[in-house]
Design a protein around this ligand. Structure first.
Ligand SMILES: Cc1ncc(C[n+]2csc(CCOP(=O)(O)OP(=O)(O)O)c2C)c(N)n1
Length: 324
């Protein structure tokens, strides 16, 4: 959680033209350009779920995917390089924040199209089942995605074929500038899953222990071959929809309440109630994350962009069926 927070804070800063590593804000051009969707305050969902996944398990993610990717084991430096548009990035600097994929850790892709990761997850899980593998796929999606067709199709297909998928609804209560409650009929993701006889569990998404425990049971069950399950995590989107969005459309009091429920603060407080707990251990975890992000920023800043000679690589000439 602490590494994800460090990453999100640094990425936000870099998108505004400041680079935290130098200890000063620079007013020059932003190092990260384009839309940046931050998962600040939602770290417990990624951490609590991915803690139960092996390197061979898959995940699919959303447009807000940095946390899921880091929690699945992806390298922080390569992710920052991707945000900076540099050659060492996961996609050679061509994808940016919303198109990160790292197959080496089973991260099949962030996705700028809401809900589009869901059928990809189900396809991956179908392959896992056909191949008789012991692996599963965890599919992260937002509360807004449940109103799109891929949600219905994916849950249905996964249940009909009893596929090894854990659907994880990261319910941060907002869908861009609209409160999800204002546009979703019924009782939400869990109720819709139950209507298809898919077991669904609802949990406080800011309580990492609660997420961890609920995910543990569901992952074990999916891995055993019990078919798909759904975990509905209730959290909150602390930042605006994208980094430039000041979120003036919402009541500041709800943000304050969410900040008071910060999952990292909550986990810290809980740990310190335990016998033998040491605050210096937690301080060291934070210091390590800070050192790691500073090194990642420095590397990304110094790294070269993709060679202009390769500008047409990975481009398909539409109609000609030919890749360059
Ligand atoms: C198919 C599609 N429709 C609309 C959009 C524009 N859009 C981007 S993010 C977003 C809101 C998504 O909300 P949610 O799924 O709850 O995820 P969150 O942003 O809250 O993490 C919308 C409508 C899109 N990217 N794709």
């Amino acid at each position: 959680m602490v590494r994800i927070r460090a990453f999100e804070d640094a990425a936000e800063d870099a998108s505004q033209g400041g680079v935290a590593v130098y200890g000063q804000a620079t007013s020059g051009r932003a190092k990260v350009r384009g839309p940046l969707h931050l998962s600040t305050g939602q770290e417990a969902v990624a951490a609590g779920v991915c803690a139960h996944l092996t390197a061979n398990d898959y995940i699919t993610s959303t447009h807000r995917g940095h946390g899921h990717t880091l929690a699945k084991g992806a390298d922080m430096t390569r992710m920052m390089c991707e945000l900076f548009g540099k050659a060492h990035g996961f996609n050679g600097g061509r994808g940016g924040s919303m198109h990160i994929a790292d197959f080496s850790v089973g991260m099949l892709g962030a996705n700028g199209v809401v809900g589009a990761g869901m059928p990809i997850a189900v396809g991956a899980a179908h392959a896992q089942k056909i191949q008789g593998r012991p692996d599963i796929t965890a599919c992260f999606f937002g509360d807004g995605a449940i109103n799109r067709g891929p949600f219905l199709e994916s849950l249905n297909w996964a249940q009909v074929y009893r596929l090894p998928v854990l659907f994880v609804c990261e319910d941060n209560q907002w869908s861009a500038t609209t409160a999800t409650s204002a546009m979703s009929a019924g009782a939400g993701a869990a109720a819709r899953a139950r209507s298809m006889d898919i077991e669904a569990v609802e949990v406080d998404g800011n309580d990492v222990l609660a997420v961890y425990r609920a995910a543990q049971e569901l992952v074990n069950s999916v891995r055993k071959g019990d078919g798909p399950k759904l975990l509905h995590t209730r959290t909150y989107r602390v930042k605006g929809h994208v980094s430039v969005d000041k979120a003036a459309y919402r009541n500041p009091s709800e943000v304050e309440q969410a900040l008071a429920r910060c999952p990292i603060k909550k986990a810290r407080a809980l740990y310190l109630t335990m016998p033998g707990a040491r605050a210096d251990v937690l301080d060291q975890i934070e210091a390590d994350a800070q050192a790691e992000i500073e090194a990642a920023l420095a590397y990304a800043d110094a790294c070269d962009p993709p060679d202009p000679e390769t500008a047409y690589t990975h481009i398909q000439t539409v109609g000609a069926g030919q890749w360059h």
